[in-house]
Design a protein around this ligand. Structure first.
Ligand code: ZN
Length: 163
């Protein structure tokens, strides 16, 4: 169990943060980017990287082979739509995808846009964690947070226009 403090100051105990977010108990900062029958997308603004998206299943599962056929179709379709919106709205050329099954939450994938500054941390998977931490500790400025929030708004607008 972990204790969360809601926006209204109320404390709640949740077993799984992903369940709390996808179930609407916890409103992610910046809001929901898009939502389908089986999936839910938001940004973790603790990592202020414009266009970063976390796509989570609504069902409490952890492994890829636990997805039903309908969920699989919804997953790849939704992820592709988000990817297209990242390109069209934010000019994101490449994305890194990170998903680990041994999560303390439940099934979710990080879609991390690749920016030029990340090259200082390496060229492939080894650069992901240091780049994320750099964003968290060095890029957490008012100006950058504003860019992140504008990115969320642009993605959310694009994804909720054509359903
Ligand atoms: Zn869960």
């Amino acid at each position: 169990m972990r204790t969360l403090i809601l926006a209204n100051g109320e404390e709640v105990q949740v077993k799984c943060l992903s369940c709390a977010i996808t179930g609407g108990l916890v409103e992610p900062e910046g809001g929901v980017i898009c939502e389908t029958e089986y999936f839910h997308a938001h940004q973790d603004v603790a990592y202020p990287i414009p266009g970063l998206v976390i796509l989570a299943s609504k069902r409490h599962i952890t492994c890829l082979d636990e997805l039903t056929e309908k969920e699989r179709l919804d997953y790849i379709t939704t992820m592709s739509r988000i990817r297209a919106a990242q390109r069209e709205e934010l000019g994101i050329e490449h994305v890194y995808y990170f998903y680990n099954e041994d999560t303390t939450h439940h099934f979710h994938i990080w879609m991390v846009p690749r920016y030029d500054w990340m090259k200082d941390f390496g060229r492939s998977v080894e650069s992901l964690r240091p780049a994320m931490l750099h964003a968290r500790h060095e890029l957490n400025t008012d100006e950058n947070r504003k860019i992140v929030h504008n990115g969320i708004a642009a993605l959310s607008k694009a994804l909720n226009m054509t359903k």
